[in-house]
Design a protein around this ligand. Structure first.
Ligand SMILES: Nc1ncnc2c1ncn2[C@@H]1O[C@H](COP(=O)(O)OP(=O)(O)OP(=O)(O)O)[C@@H](O)[C@H]1O
Length: 231
C-alpha cells in the first residue's frame, strides 16, 4: 500500500504538487492523467524518493520512503531514459539488472523469452548500445527492466508514448495480464486516455499539482475524461 500525507513540492516558492492525502491499495491499478506540467512525474519521483518533498511524506507498506530502503525491493519503475545504463547493450543491461535483483541467468533468460513478442526482434542479440536504440526501443528496454524483478508495485511514467501501435497493444495486454495473474499494484501516468482507462481501475486527474478528480473506472470514464479535457 502506498500512502501520501500532506505531500507538497515547491520549486521557487511555487507549489507544483499539493496532495493532502492519498492511498493506493495493494493490487490497485492507478492511472494518473493531467496536462503538461500538472505534476505527474513529480508525484512519481516523490514516491520513488528521487526528489525531496517540501513537506509531508510517502510511505510504502508503512515505511517512509525517504527514511528506509527495504521498500525498494518491492518496486519496479521506469520514468525516463536516465533509469537506463546507456553505454551497455540491452543484453548486458538485463544481465546486470538481473544480478542486482538476485536473479539467476536462467531466470533472466526465461524472463527475456517471455518478452520476445513485446521486443519484436529489435532489442536482444544485437551489439547496439542502449543509447543507439530508437526512443521506442529504449522505452521497451526500461519497461522490461522494471518488470524483471517481478515487483509487487510497478510505476511507469507515460509508458505508451513512443511505442508503435502494435507495441502499445502488447503492453496493454501485458499489464492487464500482470494485474489479473499477479495482482501487481500499478501506477501508470499517461496522456492517452484510451490506454489508461483500458488498463487502470482508478483514474486520478491532476491539475496544477492538485487532485481534481479521483474515480473508479466505469464504461463512461473515457467519455467523461474526454469531456473534462475538451477545450
Ligand atoms: N527541477 C525542477 N525545477 C523547477 N521546476 C520543476 C522541476 N521539476 C519539475 N518542475 C516543474 O514542476 C511542474 C510539474 O512538472 P512534472 O514534470 O511533474 O509535470 P507532468 O505532469 O509530469 O508533465 P508532462 O505531462 O509534461 O510530463 C512543472 O511546472 C515543471 O516545470
Amino acid at each position: 500500500m502506498i500512502q501520501a500525507e500532506n505531500l507538497t513540492k515547491l520549486y521557487g516558492g511555487i507549489a507544483v504538487l499539493n496532495i493532502p492525502a492519498i492511498t493506493i491499495t495493494e493490487g490497485e491499478s492507478f492511472g494518473l492523467v493531467g496536462n503538461n506540467g500538472a505534476g505527474k512525474t513529480t508525484f512519481f519521483r516523490l514516491i520513488l524518493d528521487l526528489i525531496e518533498a517540501s513537506s509531508g511524506e510517502v510511505c510504502i507498506d508503512g515505511e517512509k520512503v525517504a527514511r528506509r530502503d527495504s521498500w525498494k525491493s518491492k518496486v519496479g519503475s521506469f520514468l525516463d531514459e536516465s533509469f537506463l545504463i546507456d553505454f551497455l547493450t540491452p543484453d548486458e543491461y538485463f544481465a546486470f539488472t538481473g544480478k542486482v535483483y538476485g536473479k539467476s541467468e536462467g531466470d533472466v533468460a526465461a524472463f527475456l523469452e517471455s518478452m520476445k513478442e513485446f521486443f519484436n526482434g529489435e532489442i536482444l542479440g544485437s551489439k547496439k548500445l542502449i543509447r543507439d536504440l530508437s526512443k521506442g526501443n529504449q522505452k521497451k528496454t526500461g519497461i522490461a527492466a522494471a518488470l524483471l524483478s517481478d515487483p509487487q508495485i510497478l510505476i511507469l511514467d507515460e509508458p505508451f508514448t513512443a511505442l508503435d501501435p502494435s507495441s502499445q497493444i502488447r503492453l496493454k495486454r501485458m499489464l492487464n495480464e500482470l494485474k489479473g495473474s499477479r495482482k501487481m499494484t500499478m501506477l501508470i501516468s499517461s496522456h492517452d486516455l484510451n490506454h489508461v482507462t483500458e488498463v487502470c481501475d482508478r483514474i486520478v486527474v491532476l491539475e496544477k499539482g492538485v487532485v481534481v478528480r479521483d474515480t473508479h473506472t466505469t464504461p463512461d470514464t473515457l467519455k467523461e475524461l474526454e469531456q473534462y479535457f475538451a477545450v
